[in-house]
Ligand binder design. Structure first.
Ligand code: NAD
Length: 436
C-alpha cells in the first residue's frame, strides 16, 4: 500500500518505518526541515532501540522516504497517518491545533479517496472535528479513522511489530477493510484488531494511559505508607502482584510518573470529563499524588542535610523519563535538578542517551559527565532518577574512589538492601527500610 505519515516524532517515525518493513511504500512528512534533512541523509533523529536496522534497510530498499512537501507526500497515498503532537493547552485540555491545522492543509490538497488516520492521542469527538474540516474544504470522499498508538518508547519497534492489540475506530466499511489489510501482518500470532466506533477508540487510549498512571500512583502511595509503618514495598509488591487480577507489571514505586504521555493524558482526560460535566475525582487525586511524589527524593535530601543544600554537590544518575530512551519530556530528573539548583547545590549528571536533550534545555547550569563513575567525582551523595540497566550492577569499589561520602538516594530501588548494609552505605530508597 502507499502510505503517508505526517509527523516524524517517536510515534510517526516508528509507525512509518514499521509500515515500510512489511512492504508498504511510506513517505514521511515533517515541517521540521533540519530533522527531514537528517533523515534524508540516513540519520535517525531519536534514540529508539532496534529502529536503526529497520530504518536503514527500508531506506536502502526505497520503501521509506522523507519530505517537507505535504502535497508530494500525500499525493499517491491511500492512507494518511497523522502522528502529530497533542500537547496540553493552557487549561490542561489537549491542544488540537496541530491535528486540525494539518487536516485543513491536507483537505485542500486531496483529489481522490483517502483514509485519514489519527494516530495521535486525542479527546473524544476529534474524529468528528477532523471530518468537519474536510467537509468544509473539499467534496472529495474521505474517511476519518481513529487508530490510537500504544507503543512504549524504549520498546517501540517491538510494540509496533507485535502489538497486544490494534484499536481501530471507524464507521466506514471501506476504511475498515483497508485498515485490516494494512495491520494483518502485525497480528499474525492472533492478537486482536479491535474494531469499534471512533469515540470509543479515542477514549480507549486515554483510559489505558490513565489506568496505568493510576496503577503507578497507587503503588507510590503504598510505598510512602510502607516507609511510615516499617513495611517493605518490594514484599508488598510481590504479595499483591502474584494475584492475576492485579498482575506483576507496573507495580514498581518510584519518584512519580513522567514522560510525554501520562502527565498530559491524565490531565486531558480529567479536563475532558469536566467539559462534559463529569467530575473524574480519581484522576484528580492521581495528579495531586504524582506532583507530591516528584518531591520525595528532594524532601529526603533536605531532611538528611537539615534543610541546607547550599554548597553541596550531587551526582545524578539518569535524566530520561525512563530507560532506553532519550526522551526527557516531563522527566522527574528535571524536577530534581531544578530543586537542587534552587537550593544552592550543584549537579553533575550522567545518562546514557538523555544528556544531549538536557544540555539543549539547561546548558551549563549543570555538568555532564563522560560516564557514570566520572559523575561521582567530589559528590556529597549520589541520586538515582532513572533505572538504566548500567546502573543496576555498578562497580561499587570504583564508586568509592570518587564519591566523597557513601550516601545514595535511590528513586528507583535498584539495589539490594543487605548489599548496601554490607558495603557500609547510607541508602535511602522508596518504600523500603532506610539503611543508615
Ligand atoms: P513528537 O513531538 O515526538 O513528534 C511530533 C512530530 O510532528 C515532530 O517531528 C514535529 O516536527 C512534527 N510536526 C508538527 N507539526 C507538523 C505538521 N503540521 N506537519 C508535519 N509534521 C509536524 O510527538 P510523539 O511523541 O511522536 O507523539 C505524537 C502523538 O502520539 C501525541 O498525540 C502523543 O500523545 C501520541 N503518543 C505518543 C507516544 C510516545 O510514546 N511518544 C505513544 C503513544 C501515543
Amino acid at each position: 500500500m502507499k502510505i503517508a505519515v505526517i509527523g516524524t516524532g517517536y510515534v510517526g517515525l516508528v509507525t512509518g518505518t514499521c509500515l515500510a518493513e512489511t512492504g508498504n511504500n511510506v513517505i514521511c512528512v515533517d515541517v521540521n526541515e533540519a530533522k527531514v534533512h537528517k533523515m534524508q541523509h540516513g540519520e535517525i533523529p531519536i534514540y529508539e532501540p532496534g529502529l536503526d536496522v529497520l530504518f536503514h534497510r527500508n531506506i536502502a530498499q526505497k520503501r521509506l522516504t522523507f519530505t517537507t512537501d505535504l502535497a508530494a507526500g500525500i499525493k499517491d497515498a491511500q492512507i494518511i497517518f497523522m502522528a502529530l503532537p497533542t500537547p496540553p493547552g493552557g487549561d490542561g485540555a489537549a491542544d488540537l491545533s496541530y491535528i486540525l491545522g494539518a487536516a485543513k492543509d491536507i483537505s485542500k490538497l486531496v483529489t481522490d479517496y483517502k483514509v485519514i488516520v489519527n494516530k495521535s492521542t486525542v479527546p473524544v469527538g476529534t474524529a468528528d472535528k477532523v471530518q468537519a474540516v474536510f467537509t468544509e474544504n473539499t467534496s472529495v470522499e474521505i474517511d476519518v479513522v481513529s487508530n490510537p498508538e500504544f507503543l512504549r518508547e524504549g520498546v517501540a519497534v517491538d510494540d509496533f511489530m507485535k502489538p497486544d492489540r490494534v484499536v481501530i475506530g471507524t464507521s466506514s466499511e471501506k476504511a475498515k477493510k483497508l485498515m485490516s489489510e494494512l495491520y494483518g501482518p502485525y497480528v499474525r500470532q492472533g492478537n486482536p484488531i479491535l474494531f469499534m466506533d471512533e469515540r470509543s477508540s479515542e477514549l480507549t487510549k486515554y483510559a489505558a494511559n490513565s489506568f496505568l498512571a493510576t496503577k503507578i500512583t497507587f503503588m507510590n502511595e503504598v510505598a510512602n505508607l510502607c516507609e511510615i509503618v516499617g513495611a517493605d514495598v518490594d514484599a508488598v509488591r510481590r504479595g499483591i502482584g502474584s494475584d492475576e487480577r492485579i498482575g506483576k507489571r507496573f507495580l514498581f514505586p518510584g519518584i512519580g510518573y513522567g514522560g510525554s504521555c501520562f502527565p498530559k493524558d491524565v490531565q486531558a482526560l480529567a479536563k475532558s470529563a469536566d467539559e462534559h460535566k463529569y467530575n473524574f475525582k480519581l484522576l484528580k487525586a492521581v495528579m495531586d499524588v504524582n506532583e507530591k511524589q516528584k518531591t520525595v527524593l528532594v524532601d529526603k535530601l533536605l531532611k538528611y542535610y537539615k534543610g541546607d543544600l547550599k554548597g553541596k554537590h550531587f551526582a545524578l544518575w539518569g535524566l530520561a523519563f525512563k530507560p532506553e530512551t532519550d526522551d526527557i519530556r516531563e522527566a522527574p530528573a528535571l524536577y530534581i535538578i531544578d530543586e537542587l539548583l534552587k537550593n544552592g547545590a550543584t549537579v553533575t549528571t550522567f545518562d546514557p542517551e538523555g544528556m544531549a536533550n538536557v544540555k539543549a534545555l539547561l546548558g551549563d547550569k549543570i555538568e555532564y559527565a563522560e560516564d557514570q563513575y566520572a559523575a561521582l567525582k567530589g559528590a556529597d551523595a549520589l541520586l538515582i532518577a532513572t533505572e538504566w540497566s548500567v546502573f543496576r550492577n555498578p562497580d561499587f569499589e570504583k564508586m568509592e574512589e570518587t564519591l566523597t561520602n557513601k550516601v545514595v538516594f535511590d528513586g528507583r530501588n535498584l539495589y539490594d538492601l543487605q548489599k548496601m548494609v554490607d558495603l557500609g552505605y547510607y541508602y535511602n530508597s522508596v518504600g523500603r527500610k532506610l539503611i543508615d
